[in-house]
Design a protein around this ligand. Structure first.
Ligand SMILES: Cc1ncc(COP(=O)(O)O)c(C=O)c1O
Length: 452
């Protein structure tokens, strides 16, 4: 491991400038870089040799911790055996093994797996499958998608269209045809622990959308069972079931975007399992390979897959002309098999469910501190809403996250929220230290004593 004792890791300004960083304030970063050079278990090492607790598991990806020996060994072995193979018209065994393994994590009935390279690709693949499915059924007019305000479904055109972030429309303009349900952050439900008691009736807004547009024009509803990127918005009790019922009654496909909630973070194999509602299609990524190699997967109900097979024409023809150069990449498949193996063999998901109440207790202990207007949690995820600085909703979360970084903790700041995602094997001491540091950081920003 290289310790540079230099926050810029020895990089020249030209090197810093050459990289257009994603979802990053490039100008600010390049003035004052936060450079990670190594990772092990629950900690990063930064370029100055400091240990940094990973309070978001990378980007909700690395629940099993970094450099997990079983996952690194599987990838190392795979790269020397079969480093790449074409996924179109040819197969490699691990793709099939992993597809089958994924189905073991799914609710009954979701048992056909389409691999992608990321969450965004999973979302756009699922939207295409939904539209194509209706066309195969002779219902080509079912094209409209229903998303939800504050929803995040990645960065491709389908995903930003169904996503509920206004900035995307301001910057990128027209997307695909989509309308939006309201989000479920109801006033009066602040500081709910787990699922809020009120708000199921917000699902009835789907009936309003059906009244306006008619179900005959609607292909699918897509929601995150628990919104992660918007700041951990947990579904109100009964809400997802209502969405399920309305979709079933009106012949609309229900897609759960489980890119964050899939494979353990909820203390269940999926959000669908945690909230006991089964979608027709599910999108996953991130934790599927513990973040070690990019990969996503769309999981479909068998009859959706069967419909493509039955309506596929002569059997030498493609049933779904869609896929990616890196679909079912052998290294990703090896990482995925190792990850799902560890989740199951070490009973990690049970462990998540066991420590989730301790995490909840710690997370809510900050209630009453200045600036905190709401705290939400489920499984090993938590979100804090931070009172807006005048005209600048995103400023204080940024200041708080930087105060955390100075204290040796990486957490996510997004919009007016701070977000936490603990490693699945987090200890009580680690939970206490991240929450103490967060309390100190928020208090310091509130008092104006933290340098920015
Ligand atoms: C719910 C959800 N969908 C899709 C995505 C996009 O995934 P990716 O960044 O891998 O494209 C994310 C990423 O955070 C997500 O949280």
């Amino acid at each position: 491991m290289t310790a540079f004792h230099d926050p810029r890791a020895g990089l020249s300004q030209d090197q810093l400038d050459a990289y257009w960083m994603p979802f990053t304030a490039n100008r600010q970063f390049k003035r004052d870089p936060r450079m990670l050079v190594a990772a092990d278990g629950h900690y990063y090492t930064d370029a100055e040799g400091r240990r940094i607790f990973d309070g978001l598991c990378g980007l909700w990806t690395c629940g099993l911790g970094h450099a997990h020996p079983a996952i690194t060994a599987a990838i190392s072995q795979q790269v020397t055996t079969l480093d790449y193979s074409p996924a179109f018209q040819f197969g490699q065994p691990k793709a099939f093994e992993l597809a089958h393994r994924v189905t073991e994590f799914m609710p009954t009935g979701l048992n056909r797996v389409f691999f992608t390279g990321s969450g965004s690709e999973s979302v756009d693949s699922a939207l295409k499958i939904a539209r194509a499915y209706w066309r195969k059924q002779g219902r080509a007019e079912k094209t409209r998608m229903v998303g939800r305000a504050k929803g995040y479904h990645g960065v491709n055109y389908g995903g930003i269209s169904v996503g509920g972030l206004p900035a995307n429309r301001v910057l990128y303009g027209q997307g695909i045809e989509a309308v939006h349900l309201p989000h479920t952050q109801l006033p009066g439900m602040e500081f709910s622990r787990g699922m809020p008691e009120q708000g199921a009736e917000l699902a009835d807004r789907l009936l309003d959308i059906i009244t306006i547009y008619d179900a005959s024009t609607i292909a699918a509803v897509i929601v995150e069972p628990m919104s992660g990127s918007a700041g951990v918005i947990v579904p109100p009790m009964g809400y997802l079931q209502k969405l399920r019922d309305i979709c079933t009654q009106h012949d609309i496909l229900l897609i759960f975007d489980e890119v964050i909630t899939g494979y353990g973070r909820m203390g269940a194999r999926t959000g669908a399992e945690a909230f006991d509602v089964v979608p027709d299609l599910m999108t996953t990524a991130k934790q599927l390979t513990n973040g070690a190699v990019p990969m996503g997967a769309v999981i479909a109900r068998q009859d959706i897959y069967d419909c493509f097979m039955e309506e596929g024409g002569p059997d030498y023809m493609l049933e779904l002309p869609h896929g990616y150069t890196y679909s079912a990449h052998p290294l990703a498949c090896a990482a995925g098999l190792a990850t799902l193996g560890v989740l199951e063999n070490e009973q990690i998901i049970k462990r998540v469910a066991t420590i989730a109440p301790l995490f909840e207790e710690a997370v809510h202990s900050l209630r009453g501190l200045p600036l905190i207007t709401d705290i939400r949690n489920y499984g090993l995820a938590a979100g804090y809403s931070i009172e807006h600085a005048p005209g600048e909703p995103a400023l204080r979360p940024y200041q708080i996250a930087m105060a955390m970084w100075r204290r040796g903790f990486y957490v996510r700041y997004g919009g007016d929220t701070i977000q936490l995602a603990m490693p699945f094997t987090v200890t009580q001491d680690e939970i206490d230290s991240v929450i103490n540091a967060l309390g100190e950081s928020i208090s310091a920003v509130a008092a104006g004593t933290e340098e920015v």
